[in-house]
Design a protein around this ligand. Structure first.
Ligand SMILES: *[C@@H]1O[C@H](CO)[C@@H](O)[C@H](O)[C@H]1NC(C)=O
Ligand SMILES: *[C@@H]1O[C@H](CO)[C@@H](O)[C@H](O)[C@H]1NC(C)=O
Ligand SMILES: *[C@@H]1O[C@H](CO)[C@@H](O)[C@H](O)[C@H]1NC(C)=O
Ligand SMILES: *[C@@H]1O[C@H](CO)[C@@H](O)[C@H](O)[C@H]1NC(C)=O
Ligand SMILES: *[C@@H]1O[C@H](CO)[C@@H](O)[C@H](O)[C@H]1NC(C)=O
Ligand SMILES: *[C@@H]1O[C@H](CO)[C@@H](O)[C@H](O)[C@H]1NC(C)=O
Ligand SMILES: *[C@@H]1O[C@H](CO)[C@@H](O)[C@H](O)[C@H]1NC(C)=O
Ligand SMILES: *[C@@H]1O[C@H](CO)[C@@H](O)[C@H](O)[C@H]1NC(C)=O
Ligand SMILES: *[C@@H]1O[C@H](CO)[C@@H](O)[C@H](O)[C@H]1NC(C)=O
Ligand SMILES: *[C@@H]1O[C@H](CO)[C@@H](O)[C@H](O)[C@H]1NC(C)=O
Ligand SMILES: *[C@@H]1O[C@H](CO)[C@@H](O)[C@H](O)[C@H]1NC(C)=O
Length: 858
C-alpha cells in the first residue's frame, strides 16, 4: 500500500505530460542551461505549449515552433526535436550549440526554418539538409562549419533563404547553387573560399532578392548575366578582388536598392546606365580604380547614399545630384574631382555626411548645404575652395565636425560657426581666414579641437574659450592674435595641446596653470610674452613639449623645470638670466637656452660673448654619425639586409660583424661630410635631414644630420635606440610604475590608434610606431600617402595584403630572392602594429624576431 502511494504522483505526472512534452524534457536534459532559462519547462504540465519558447496552434499542441535564442544554452544539437512531428521552426540562434550538426537532422521532415546562427557548430554541412522537402530558411551564419558546400544543396526543393555567411567553408562559390531556383536570399559572405569566379549561372536565380558575396575571395569580372536578376534588391560583392568594369547589364536590375562593390579592383568608367536604376538607394563603389566622371544620370531620385571615395574619378559633381531628395551621405574623398559644387546642393536633400576631401574642387561652398538642418559632418580638406563660409553654415546647429583645412577660404568666419553647440572638431587651419574669434564661442559646449593655425586671424583670444571644459586642443599658431593669454584658459583641465606660437600675444603666462593636468604641449614661441616663467610649470604632470622661445620672458629659470620629462625644451631668445638649473647645465641642452644674454651655464659657449666654435657643425655631424650608427644597429640591419642582399651571401654572424666593423672603420667622417649635398636628401624629419651617401667603396649609407635644436645627451638618442620617428615618449613619475600617460609628441601616421580614443600611450605605443617604420621599409611607402586615402600605411598593408596578396605590398625595389625573409620582417611589422596594444610584442622580442627573421636561412 505504501509503495503504491509513493508511486502514485510519479505515475500521474507521467500520465500528465504528453509525448511531445516528454521529448522536450529530453531536449532540456541534453542542454546545459546556466541561467535556468528553461525553468518554465515544468514536467507536471499536461502539454509543453506554455513553456518558454514553445508555440503551438492550440493549447494542447502539436508544437509548431521552438524559439530559444540568446539563452546561453550549450551542448550538441538536440536531435530529439526531430521527434516532434509537426515542428516547423527551430531557432537556437546565439547560444553555445557545439559539436557537429548530425546528418539525422533530415528526420525533421516538417521543418521550414532552421536558425542556428551564432553558435559553435563545427564540421561539415550535412548533405542531408537538402532532403528536408519543406525547408525554406536555412540560417547557419557565424558558426565553424567547414569543408565544401555539399553538391546535394543543388537539390533543395523549397529553400528561399540560404545563409551560410561567416563560417569556414572552402572550395569556391559553387555554380550548382544556380539550380536552386526558389532562392530569394543567398548569403555566402566571409567564408574561407579559394579564389574563384562569380558563377555566371547565378543569372538563372531570377527569384533572388538578396545576394551577399562579400569577402568570398572572388576574382575575375562581374558576369553580365547578373543583369537578369530583376528582383534583386541587394547586391553585395565588397571585399573581393574583382577586376574589369561594371557590366552595362547592371541597368537591368529593375528592383535594385543597394549595390556594394567597394574594396575590389574594379576599373573603367561608371556606366551611364547606372542612371536607369531608379530604385537605387545606396551605391558604394569606393576603394576601386574607377576612372572617368560621375555619370549625370546616376543621381537618381531615390539615392540616399553615394560612396565613391578612393578612386580615380575626375570631372565635376553633376548638377543633377541636387534632385536626389533623400541623399544624406555623399563621400567622394580621394579622387581627382574638380570644378565648383552645384549651387543648390543640399537645398532639397537632407545631407548629413559630406566628405569631399582630397580633390580639386574650387569655388565657394553652397549656401544651401545645411538647408534641411541635418548636416553633421562637413569635410572639405585639401581642396581649393575659396571665398567666405556662408552665414547659413554658421546657423547649422546639427554640425559635429567641420574640417576645412588646407583650402583657400578667406574673409571672416560667421559668428555663429564659432559657437555651434554640437561641434566637436572645428578645423579651419591653413586658409586665409581673418577677423576675430567671436565671443559666441562660449556656446560651443562640445568643442574638443579648435584648429585654426596658419590663417590671418587677429584680435585677442576671447575669455570665453576658458569656459569650454571639453577642449583638448587649441592650435592657433601662425596668426596675428594680440592681447593677452586669457586667464580663463587655466580652467581647461582636459587640455592636451596649447599652441599659440607665432602670434603677437603679450603679457605673462596666467596664474593658476596647475590645473593643466593633461597638458602635453605648451608652445608659446615667437610672441611678445613677458614676465617670469611660473614655477608651476614644473608641476604639470605630463608636459613634454615646452617652447617659450622668441619672447621677452625674464628672470630666472625655475629649478622646478627639472621635474619635467621633456622631449622638447626651448627657452631661447628671451631675457632670462641667472644660473641654469643643474640638470639642464649639459651640452645637450645648449640649444634650449640660446640668445638669453643674462644666462650662463656651466658649459662653454652658451653665453653669446664667448662665441661659437667654427668647427661646431663638423663636430655635430660626427656626433650624428655615431648616433646614427647606433640607430642603424636595429633599423640598419634591416634596411641593408633588404636593400643590399649581397650581405646575405655570408653567414649571419659575418654579416653583423661586417656591419659592426663597417661603421667603425669602413668610412671616415670626412667622407661623409663631403657628401651631404642637398640633392642627396632622401627624407627629413623633425630633427634633421637624412642623406643618401655612396661611399668610396661603393657601399651606401643613410646619414642623418641632426638639426642643431635636437637635444643630445652624449651618455645616451651612442647606445642603440629606435627613435626619431616621432614616437610617444613615456613619462614615468617616481613611484608610479608603468602607468600610461597622456603624453605624445608624435608624427602623424606613426601614432598608435589607442591614442586617438584614449589619449593615452605607453611603451606598446612605441612598438606600434616602430612597426610603422618596418612597414615603411618593406613597402617603400611613407606612413601616410594620398594613395591610402583614409588609411595609413598599416591599414593599407592589411587591406592590400588581404586582397591582392603579399607581392603587392613589398617594395618592388627589393630583391625578391629574399622574399621569405622580407615576408618575415613584414610579419613582424604587422605584429607590432596590432590594433590591440597587448598583442604587440615587447621591443626585446621584436629585436629577437628581427634577428631570427634575418638569420634563419643562413
Ligand atoms: C547573444 O546573447 C547574449 C545573451 O546571452 C546577448 O547579451 C547578446 O547581445 C546576444 N548577441 C546577439 C548578437 O544577439
Ligand atoms: C572556430 O574557428 C576558429 C578559427 O579557426 C577557432 O579559433 C575557434 O576555436 C573555433 N571554434 C570552435 C568552437 O570550433
Ligand atoms: C577544406 O576544409 C576541410 C575541412 O576543414 C579540409 O579538410 C580541407 O583540407 C580543406 N580544403 C582546402 C582546399 O583547403
Ligand atoms: C543542376 O541542373 C543541371 C540542369 O538542370 C543538371 O545538369 C546538374 O546536374 C544540376 N547540378 C547538380 C549539382 O545537381
Ligand atoms: C541557366 O540554366 C540553364 C538550364 O536551366 C542552362 O542551360 C544555362 O546555361 C543557364 N544559364 C546561365 C547563364 O547560367
Ligand atoms: C538605360 O538608359 C539609357 C539612357 O541613359 C537608355 O538608352 C537605355 O535604353 C536604358 N536601358 C534600359 C534597360 O532601360
Ligand atoms: C527643390 O524643391 C523645390 C520644390 O519642390 C523645387 O522648386 C526646386 O526646384 C528644387 N530644387 C532643386 C535643386 O531640385
Ligand atoms: C587630376 O586632374 C588634373 C586636371 O584636372 C590633372 O592635371 C592631373 O594630372 C590629375 N591627377 C591625377 C592623379 O590623375
Ligand atoms: C555633447 O556631447 C555629449 C556626449 O559627447 C552629448 O551627450 C551631448 O548631447 C552633446 N551636446 C550637444 C549640445 O550636442
Ligand atoms: C612687445 O610688448 C612691449 C610691451 O610689453 C611693447 O612695448 C612692444 O612694442 C611689443 N612689441 C611688439 C613687436 O609688439
Ligand atoms: C629654439 O629656438 C631657436 C630659435 O628661436 C632655435 O635656434 C633653436 O635651435 C631652438 N632650440 C631647440 C632645442 O629647438
Amino acid at each position: 500500500m505504501l509503495v503504491v502511494l509513493l508511486c502514485l504522483p510519479l505515475f500521474l505526472q507521467a500520465l500528465g505530460l504528453n509525448q511531445e512534452g516528454l521529448f522536450l524534457q529530453r531536449v532540456k536534459q541534453s542542454l546545459s542551461d546556466p541561467t535556468n532559462a528553461l525553468s518554465s519547462w515544468d514536467q507536471r504540465d499536461p502539454s509543453p505549449c506554455n513553456w518558454r519558447g514553445v508555440s503551438c496552434p492550440s493549447p494542447t499542441g502539436p508544437v509548431h515552433s521552438l524559439h530559444l535564442s540568446h539563452l546561453q544554452l550549450a551542448g550538441p544539437f538536440p536531435l530529439f526535436l526531430c521527434r516532434l512531428p509537426s515542428l516547423r521552426s527551430i531557432s537556437l540562434a546565439n547560444n553555445s550549440i557545439n559539436s557537429y550538426l548530425p546528418p539525422q537532422i533530415s528526420t525533421c521532415q516538417s521543418l521550414t526554418t532552421l536558425d542556428l546562427s551564432l553558435n559553435l557548430i563545427a564540421g561539415p554541412l550535412p548533405p542531408s539538409l537538402a532532403e528536408i522537402p519543406t525547408l525554406r530558411n536555412l540560417i547557419l551564419v557565424m558558426n565553424n562549419f567547414s569543408g565544401l558546400i555539399p553538391p546535394s544543396f543543388a537539390r533543395f526543393q523549397s529553400i528561399q533563404v540560404l545563409n551560410l555567411a561567416g563560417n569556414l567553408l572552402n572550395g569556391t562559390v559553387p555554380a550548382f547553387l544556380s539550380n536552386v531556383s526558389t532562392l530569394k536570399e543567398l548569403d555566402l559572405a566571409y567564408n574561407s573560399f579559394s579564389p574563384g569566379f562569380i558563377p555566371s549561372q547565378f543569372g538563372n536565380l531570377t527569384n533572388l532578392e538578396q545576394l551577399f558575396l562579400a569577402g568570398c575571395n572572388l576574382v575575375g569580372q562581374i558576369p553580365s548575366s547578373l543583369g537578369r536578376l530583376t528582383r534583386l534588391q541587394n547586391l553585395d560583392l565588397s571585399y573581393n578582388r574583382l577586376t574589369g568594369s561594371i557590366p552595362s547589364s547592371i541597368s537591368e536590375l529593375k528592383s535594385i536598392e543597394q549595390i556594394e562593390i567597394y574594396e575590389n579592383l574594379l576599373s573603367g568608367v561608371l556606366p551611364l546606365t547606372l542612371g536607369n536604376l531608379t530604385t537605387l538607394k545606396r551605391l558604394d563603389a569606393s576603394w576601386n580604380e574607377f576612372t572617368g566622371t560621375i555619370p549625370t544620370e546616376l543621381c537618381g531620385l531615390q539615392l540616399e547614399s553615394l560612396n565613391l571615395f578612393v578612386n580615380r574619378l575626375e570631372g565635376t559633381l553633376p548638377e543633377s545630384i541636387t534632385s536626389s531628395k533623400y541623399l544624406h551621405e555623399l563621400k567622394l574623398y580621394n579622387n581627382n574631382l574638380s570644378g565648383t559644387l552645384p549651387s543648390q546642393l543640399g537645398e532639397n536633400s537632407s545631407l548629413q555626411f559630406l566628405d569631399l576631401s582630397y580633390n580639386q574642387f574650387s569655388g565657394e561652398i553652397p549656401e544651401s548645404l545645411c538647408a534641411k538642418g541635418k548636416l553633421e559632418n562637413i569635410l572639405l580638406m585639401s581642396n581649393s575652395f575659396s571665398g567666405e563660409i556662408p552665414e547659413s553654415i554658421g546657423k547649422c546647429q546639427s554640425l559635429g565636425r567641420i574640417r576645412f583645412k588646407n583650402n583657400l577660404f578667406s574673409g571672416q568666419v560667421p559668428d555663429g560657426l564659432w559657437g555651434l553647440p554640437r561641434v566637436v572638431l572645428l578645423e579651419l587651419a591653413e586658409n586665409s581666414f581673418s577677423g576675430q574669434i567671436s565671443k559666441t564661442i562660449s556656446t560651443a559646449h562640445n568643442l574638443s579641437v579648435l584648429s585654426i593655425s596658419n590663417n590671418q586671424f587677429s584680435g585677442s583670444l576671447p575669455d570665453e574659450i576658458g569656459s569650454l571644459g571639453t577642449l583638448v586642443e587649441i592650435s592657433a599658431s601662425g596668426n596675428g592674435f594680440t592681447g593677452q593669454i586669457p586667464e580663463s584658459l587655466v580652467k581647461l583641465r582636459q587640455l592636451v595641446t596649447l599652441d599659440l606660437s607665432g602670434n603677437k600675444i603679450e603679457g605673462g603666462i596666467p596664474d593658476g596653470i596647475k590645473g593643466w593636468m593633461n597638458l602635453n604641449e605648451l608652445n608659446l614661441a615667437n610672441n611678445n610674452l613677458s614676465g617670469g616663467i611660473p614655477t608651476d610649470i614644473g608641476t604639470l604632470p605630463v608636459l613634454n613639449y615646452l617652447d617659450l622661445s622668441g619672447n621677452s620672458f625674464s628672470g630666472k629659470i625655475p629649478i622646478e623645470l627639472q621635474n619635467l620629462k621633456l622631449n622638447m625644451l626651448n627657452l631661447s631668445n628671451n631675457q632670462l638670466s641667472g644660473e641654469l638649473p643643474p640638470f639642464f647645465a649639459k651640452e645637450m641642452y645648449r640649444n634650449s637656452f640660446l640668445g638669453n644674454p643674462g644666462l650662463c651655464g656651466d658649459f662653454e659657449g652658451l653665453c653669446p660673448k664667448i662665441g661659437r666654435s667654427k668647427n661646431r657643425s663638423h663636430a655635430w655631424i660626427l656626433r650624428s654619425i655615431f648616433v646614427l650608427a647606433g640607430l642603424g644597429f636595429v633599423v640598419g640591419i634591416l634596411w641593408f639586409y633588404m636593400k643590399y642582399g649581397s650581405f646575405k651571401k655570408n653567414k649571419r654572424r659575418v654579416t653583423i660583424s661586417k656591419w659592426r666593423s663597417f661603421h667603425k672603420i669602413g668610412f671616415s667622417e670626412f667622407e661623409i661630410v663631403d657628401r651631404l649635398f642637398e640633392e642627396n636628401v632622401i627624407g627629413s624629419g623633425a630633427s634633421g635631414k637624412v642623406y643618401k651617401v655612396v661611399l668610396g667603396n661603393g657601399d651606401t649609407v643613410a646619414v642623418k644630420k641632426l638639426n642643431r635644436g635636437v637635444k643630445k645627451d652624449d651618455s645616451v638618442k651612442f647606445s642603440a635606440k629606435v627613435a626619431d620617428f616621432g614616437v610617444a615618449k613615456i613619462v614615468k613619475r617616481v613611484g608610479e610604475g608603468a602607468e600610461p600617460m597622456s603624453v605624445i609628441a608624435g608624427s602623424y601616421g606613426y601614432i598608435a590608434p589607442e591614442y586617438a580614443y584614449t589619449l593615452r600611450v605607453n611603451e606598446k605605443s612605441d612598438i606600434y610606431s616602430f612597426g610603422v617604420v618596418i612597414l615603411e621599409l618593406v613597402t617603400g611607402k611613407p606612413p601616410n600617402d594620398p594613395e591610402f586615402g583614409d588609411k595609413d600605411v598599416v591599414k593599407w598593408v592589411c587591406v592590400t595584403f588581404d586582397q591582392k596578396g603579399v607581392d603587392q605590398v613589398i617594395d618592388p625595389r627589393l630583391d625578391l630572392t629574399y622574399k621569405e625573409e622580407i615576408c618575415r620582417v613584414l610579419d613582424i611589422g604587422l605584429l607590432c602594429t596590432n590594433a590591440l596594444p597587448v598583442n604587440r610584442p615587447s621591443m626585446r622580442n621584436v629585436v629577437k624576431l628581427l634577428q631570427e627573421a634575418v638569420g634563419r636561412t643562413s
